[in-house]
Design a protein around this ligand. Structure first.
Ligand code: CP
Length: 315
């Protein structure tokens, strides 16, 4: 059966750990040159289509470079030109692309469209961000935390700000899979949906982790090992920018708030960042920030995901 990565809990806890270990090995040997190592699993080259219906810097460049490092051919498909769902149905695009390429990486709006692409293309499909989830970002975040803190299980991670965004949802699921204790600190009306909380609680019950909502940012960040935020104005929410900046202001990661976390806490931000809003320059450019490692790790984890999915398809 063809496997996909459409949301974080498409992986079991053991599979998440396996992919993170593979990503660490690929980071050690990025060009697959070490004898008996990771090699070039997309040699041929296999072509991987990358489609972007939303803006991107990190995702496009890290997938392009990573696919090339795996020996594959990264094919950028212009989402505006392809007009998926407008010029042609998702179903027909899926059937066509599945005859041309070995895998599909898609950044789009609706999770249901991504699911249809996976169902009908016949090749592995990877979520490069939808309105609901950003699983590749989370694997990069977890690899980064593991590099700086060691074992993931048992760590406390606090997400501050817009918890109802894709990164917030993904932190609940992926953090629970990793056995972490996830505190979601958002104003009323901006927490992940109850069904995401319920699913994360179900996962956490099997991994020793936990997920809680802690509205007060001061209480939420106390003694945390990892402090995370994301933009307050996700793609598509630009019209709400002023209102969002007002409601989220108490959730900004400032030096004062960060001083309440564990003294060796690390700070994550998936980028792009807006200094002076969700995070101060003092914090993101300060010694506890690991955001540049986090950005680099997108490439390593995505390579691991593609190689892992490719191997399971059995070519
Ligand atoms: N973090 C992230 O996905 O970056 P881009 O939007 O630039 O791809």
């Amino acid at each position: 059966m063809t496997r996909h990565l459409l949301r974080d809990d498409d992986l079991t806890s053991a599979e998440q750990a396996e992919i993170l270990a593979l990503a660490a090995a690929m980071k050690e040997d990025p060009f697959g040159l070490v004898d008996g190592g990771v090699g070039k699993p997309l040699a041929g080259p296999h072509t991987v289509a990358m489609i972007f219906d939303k803006a991107t810097l990190r995702t496009q460049t890290s997938f392009s470079a990573g696919i090339a490092e795996l020996g594959g051919n990264p094919l950028l498909v212009d989402g505006a030109l392809a007009g998926i769902g407008r010029r042609e149905s998702v179903a027909d695009v899926a059937r066509v692309l599945g005859r041309q390429v070995s895998a599909i990486v898609w950044r789009t709006f609706h999770q249901s469209d991504l699911e249809q692409m996976a169902e009908l293309s016949g090749v592995p499909v990877v979520n490069a961000l939808t309105d609901d989830f950003h699983p590749c970002q989370l694997l990069a975040d977890l690899l980064t935390v593991a590099e700086h803190k060691g074992e993931l299980a048992g760590l406390t991670a606090t997400f501050l700000g817009d918890g109802a965004c894709n990164v917030g949802n993904s932190w609940l699921l992926a953090g629970a899979l990793a056995g972490m204790h996830i505190r979601m600190s958002s104003p009323e009306g901006y927490l992940p949906a109850e069904e995401i909380f319920a699913r994360a609680k179900e996962i956490a019950a099997t991994t020793g982790g936990s997920v809680t909502a802690v509205a007060d940012p001061v209480a939420a960040v106390a003694e945390a090992d990892v402090v995370i935020t994301d933009t307050w104005v996700s793609m598509g929410k630009e019209d709400e920018a002023a209102a969002r900046r007002a409601v989220f202001a108490p959730y900004a990661i400032t030096g004062e708030l960060l001083s309440l976390a564990a003294s060796d806490a690390v700070v994550l931000h998936c980028l792009p960042a807006y200094r002076g809003f969700e995070i101060t320059a003092e914090v993101i450019d300060g010694p506890q920030s690991v955001v540049w490692d986090e950005a680099e790790n997108r490439r390593h984890v995505q390579k691991a995901v593609l190689a892992w999915l490719h191997e399971r398809r059995g070519w």
